[in-house]
Write a protein that binds this ligand. Structure first.
Ligand code: ADP
Ligand code: MG
Length: 697
């Protein structure tokens, strides 16, 4: 299983390197666990004429003609027509355009496979799988041929779906039953009627029939979820046993601030979460609480009040943000709020100069600084606290497990941990998967917040939109314009970003308008400087990539214009939208797309225009991006299982949770010989990103 795929028939060192880069496949074991997302029934070839809108995946045969290029930059697209004896269908490419143009021959019969959509009644396939049909070859493919999700790059280097299948075939021929260990204990296999691991891993690639495929996939999902559940359950048990500091009283600092300086009434949800934190920190065990709240729900205030309770009890606290900009903002905000209170606050980031840094480190060590805000610079070994009792982590998904582990060691007992995130984990999911782990939800926005008016516009109306933006700027507002840049290192995408920036500047010329730009390729200090121009109000417009996705707070910004919005996933669109609507002014989010977008993209736009509710959106997002979704809207995240699907496999989630609890109650250390392979699977998977729960729990 550890052998490099390089040694497999049809691979070699060049393709091996590509596989590693593109799909993180290095070894036989990795390849064996790269499951098909779909099976093609090779015997079924449809007629174009008889295609129906409810057919998802189709296989066709025909010739390809009429190549046409449209647009440029991000919006560049290639179309062609597929003809069979019964009709015609449009083929569309957004990527790999030159490869397609070079390799498709006229008057040659091709076999086409892909996902069908209809535009104005006209059938279309985007990014079809294409293979030339050799003369004399009649479709001899077996009934269930695996389809693997491969990237454009792999495809262009000759590793398309079918050659990929040949490679897995070659691998399976090498594997003997003894090479694959059983992970699940015999009683579980029997009780839940699961097939063995060897059978599952071979049948998942080349199933004899649909039944065998289902059995294999059921077994693999079960195993994946069981391992996840074992990890979660074990983490819960550990958390609940970890002793922690007692914050016995709410004292002068909290009360004075609450009565005299709090600039608004807390929402019911904020009050409830504070109470939950109060209760946790009274128990004498360490708090590990995840606070989920939609963008703008007021998580910072919850954090601040918790830090005041810590201070009332003689403990220091720290607040970590994922970026320097965010840390600055938190520091500013908290300093303003506490300016008349006897609480000393400092900021510690990578850019703090040596002398100042020494002063801060000294203050933290002797206890004269009560609250420190900063970036991951806070976890460095040089940072020593006199008595830290609470660590707040903002927008957790940017922090790794090891950094959090370092935090734990900053006092005799680990400090209480409060993780704040705006990435909503759907209710159903949080309930089944976290069970009794501490999750707080701020499910209420501060009063008077106007919902962000969201519209979907086609880019032929760009001029009108720019006029609207001018009007908003005249009223004193600021504007975000966001471009998709999926791959920050892609030269072409980068160039079109610059081109777009120039275009914005022709609508909004110097010196009347001030336009700033930030993107991931700028050095950190340049990025911060440009960002600061926008935060301070000097720049009217911020042109950026998604680097601004998380946490930035500029209440004066009233318009979020998202370019090529069809290229973003739902959750990402919602995060971006959350950058506006933070002040008292009416705010707008404009989703700009071309006219011809897929059915799914249209559906995403329509969900965005219909609701502002982040939880609803997260649920829709999950439903929409099943394992079949390979065209770029899929985002990696906590829900990234290889084969299981949290929504569709909800009953398995339940089943494995019960099984995990039972196993651990009988054998907490997984020491029994029957559990040895489970134990290993649990530890072997540690670095695998299939399980990012660790970061939360
Ligand atoms: P997020 O949850 O996204 O981190 P913030 O903590 O940045 O949200 O809060 C967003 C804005 O709402 C801030 O300007 C904050 O001062 C304000 N705010 C927070 N709580 C309330 C409240 N209860 N009433 C009114 N405004 C509030
Ligand atoms: Mg925040």
């Amino acid at each position: 299983m550890q052998t490099s795929v390089e040694f497999l028939k049809g691979i070699g060192s060049f393709k091996a390197e590509l596989l590693r880069k593109e799909l993180h496949i290095s070894t036989y074991g990795d390849l064996l666990h790269y499951f098909p997302y779909r099976y093609i029934d090779g015997t079924q070839v449809q007629n174009i004429q008889s295609l129906q809108p409810d057919q998802e995946w189709v296989q066709l045969k025909g010739i390809i003609m009429n190549f046409n290029e449209h647009g440029s930059g991000f919006k560049k697209r290639l179309t062609a027509t597929l003809y069979d004896q019964t009709g015609q269908l449009e083929l569309v490419w957004f990527q790999g355009i030159s490869y397609v143009q070079k390799n498709i021959q006229p008057n040659t019969a091709y076999s086409i496979f892909g996902k069908l959509t209809f535009f104005n009644g006209f059938p279309t396939i985007t990014h079809p799988e294409i293979e030339a049909i050799k003369p004399g070859q009649n479709n001899a493919a077996p009934t269930m041929q695996p389809a693997y999700s491969v990237t454009e790059k792999l495809r262009s280097k000759g590793l398309n779906n079918r050659s990929f299948a040949k490679v897995t075939q070659a691998l399976l021929e090498k594997i003997r039953p003894g090479d694959i260990y059983e992970t699940l204990p015999p009683d579980i296999l029997q009780q839940y009627n699961l097939c063995g691991r060897h059978e599952a891993l071979t049948q998942i690639h080349f199933p004899q029939n649909a039944m065998a495929q289902q059995r294999a996939s059921h077994r693999l999902k079960w195993e994946e979820l069981l391992i996840a559940q074992l990890k979660i359950t074990r983490a819960n048990i550990r958390n609940h046993q970890q002793p922690g500091y007692v914050f016995g009283s709410v004292g002068d600092l909290f009360n004075t601030f609450y009565n005299d300086y709090l600039p608004f009434e807390l929402t019911g949800a904020q009050k409830r979460v504070i109470k939950e934190i109060r209760t946790d920190t009274l128990q004498g065990r360490q708090m590990n609480r995840l606070v989920q709240g939609d963008v703008g729900s007021g998580k910072t205030m919850v954090a601040l009040l918790s830090m005041l309770i810590a201070a009332d009890n003689g403990y220091q606290s720290c607040m970590m943000a994922p970026t320097e900009i965010l840390a600055q903002q938190h520091f500013q905000g908290i300093s303003d709020l506490l300016k008349d209170m006897p609480v000393s606050i400092a900021i510690l980031t990578g850019s703090v100069k040596t002398k100042e840094r020494r002063r801060i480190l000294e203050g933290l060590k002797e206890g004269s600084i009560h609250i420190v805000v900063g970036t991951h610079a806070l976890v460095e070994d040089t940072v020593v606290f006199k008595n830290i009792g609470l660590a707040v982590i903002d927008e957790q998904h940017r922090f790794g497990v090891s950094q959090r582990a370092k935090l734990w060691q900053k006092n005799t007992l680990p400090p209480h941990v409060l993780v704040m995130t705006a990435t909503p984990i759907p209710r159903t999911l949080a309930m089944t998967l976290y069970g009794d782990l501490d999750v707080s939800v701020i499910d209420e926005l501060p009063p008077g917040r106007k919902p962000i008016h969201t519209t979907h516009r086609f880019d032929i109306y760009r001029f009108k939109i720019m006029e609207f933006i001018k009007y908003e700027i005249e009223k004193g507002r600021q504007i975000y314009i966001v471009y998709p840049l999926i791959d920050e290192s892609d030269k072409l995408e980068y160039e079109s970003l610059i081109a777009n920036y120039e275009q914005v500047k022709t609508y909004f010329p110097d010196p009347k308008y001030n336009v700033a730009m930030v993107h991931g390729r700028q050095p950190a200090d340049e990025k911060d400087r440009n960002m600061q121009r926008f935060v301070s109000g000097e720049a009217h417009i911020l042109v950026s990539t998604t680097v601004i996705e998380v946490g930035v707070n500029v209440p004066n910004a009233s318009v979020m214009l998202i370019e090529s919005a069809e290229r973003f996933g739902l959750s990402q669109l919602h995060q971006l939208r959350g950058r506006v609507g933070r002040g008292s002014e009416k705010s707008y989010c404009i989703l700009l797309t071309g006219q011809e977008i897929s059915k799914e993209s249209r559906q995403r736009m329509s969900i965005m225009t219909q609701t502002n509710d982040g939880f609803l959106i997260a649920e829709e997002d999950l439903k929409m991006r099943g394992p079949g979704d390979i065209y770029g809207t899929r985002q990696s995240g906590a829900l990234d299982f290889k084969i299981a699907d949290i929504i569709q496999d909800a009953t398995l989630v339940e089943e494995t949770k019960k099984a995990a609890e039972l196993i651990l109650s009988e054998d907490p250390g997984l020491a029994h010989p029957n559990h040895r392979m489970l134990y290993q699977a649990l530890h072997h998977n540690n670095q695998s990103n299939t399980l990012q729960w660790n970061k939360i729990s």
